[in-house]
Design a protein around this ligand. Structure first.
Ligand SMILES: [Zn+2]
Length: 167
């Protein structure tokens, strides 16, 4: 389960790449502009071709990213802010997750939403929930090295740095 290059096991790489879009330095943020964000989300498979985001959905997307990043920072040992969990709960609520029971009895998390943005949030929310059930979610962390801030996967207890910044 441990992976030396900092890449998370499935289904977390999608969450990892989404969280890592915020550049620590002067680089461009691929999600900052709405058109750029749509292009990034399509390339990541989170938005179907031809679909877009409204202004308020784009703002919600940035809040979702911030909430995920704050949570990954707590996984790396940052002080827990009581608002962090509440913000992530609120941001993921847009995914409208429900439990579905299949004829064979299999239970799955799914989204009750049909619109594009809630479906995108649901994809990330299901990945987070599945990772939490598998025990891998707490190992997805935000690198605490100055000017990094990339999400990485690390199973070392107390590990706070991505492979590029590990001592
Ligand atoms: Zn780093």
């Amino acid at each position: 389960m441990a992976s030396g290059d900092g890449t998370a096991p499935a289904p977390l790489p999608l969450v990892q790449s989404f969280a890592s879009t915020l550049p620590a330095g002067p680089g461009a943020d691929p999600l900052a502009g709405r058109d750029d964000a749509v292009a990034w989300l399509r390339a990541a498979g989170l938005l179907p071709d031809g679909a877009g985001l409204t202004g308020s959905e784009h703002a919600a997307l940035l809040r979702l990213r911030a909430a995920i990043r704050d949570t990954l920072a707590t996984h790396a040992g940052a002080a827990t802010d009581p608002g962090t969990a509440a913000r992530l709960t609120k941001a993921l609520a847009d995914g409208r997750l429900v439990i579905t029971v299949e004829p064979g009895g299999t239970i799955r998390l799914a989204s009750a939403a049909r619109a594009v943005y809630p479906s995108l949030v649901a994809t990330l929310a299901v990945a987070i929930a599945d990772a939490a059930a598998a025990g891998t979610w707490p190992h997805l962390k935000l690198c605490t090295a100055p000017h990094c801030g990339q999400a990485f996967y690390g199973t070392t207890a107390g590990g706070r740095h991505c492979p590029a910044h590990a001592a």
